[in-house]
Design a protein around this ligand. Structure first.
Ligand code: FES
Ligand code: FES
Length: 160
């Protein structure tokens, strides 16, 4: 059924008329041209499609778009501020927390969600929280290092 969906997208008001059962991932990618959000499995299993909904990491491939009504959605395109990369983006880039980069937007936003709840996660807590975000390139060790580094920066610490 067609319905009006109003929400905040990367800090700006968004309004569209669409079938509310459509998955957020496809609305982002095909209607709004925000292709930073990736489709890996399309079944909620890999984390490539992770975005933030009210600052919590969610899987957009299984989320009906009507569920974002009145809420705030942040995609990887909305994470940088005033032309400056977010500390997580910077750490992934500087510490090579990626190879092909396909999993990277989902990894970064999943990590963002974790750091909102736990600003100083242990290595084990990061592993556990991101356990369902898959990287087919096997960049997990450097991804972990990037998240730990960003957590230090976000706490005002200096990266070692
Ligand atoms: S594409 Fe959404 S979890 Fe894999
Ligand atoms: S960097 Fe290629 S899938 Fe993770």
């Amino acid at each position: 059924m067609q319905e009006i969906i109003e929400f905040t997208l990367n800090g700006e008001p968004a309004r569209l008329t669409t079938d509310g059962d459509r998955r957020l991932l496809w609305v982002l990618r095909t209607d709004l041209a925000l292709t930073g959000t990736k489709c890996g499995c399309g079944k909620g299993l890999c984390g490539a499609c992770t975005v933030l909904l009210d600052r919590k990491a969610v899987r957009s491939c299984v989320l009906p778009v009507r569920q974002v009504k009145g809420k705030e959605v942040i995609t990887i395109e909305g994470l940088a501020r005033d032309g400056k990369l977010h500390p997580l983006q910077k750490a992934f880039a500087e510490l090579d927390g990626l190879q092909c980069g396909f999993c990277t937007p989902g990894m970064i936003l999943a990590a963002y969600g974790l750091l909102q709840e736990k600003p100083e996660p242990t290595r084990d807590e990061i592993v556990q929280d991101l356990d369902r975000n898959l990287c087919r390139c096997g960049a997990h060790v450097r991804i972990l290092e990037a998240i730990q580094s960003a957590a230090r920066v976000m706490k005002g610490g200096v990266r070692s």
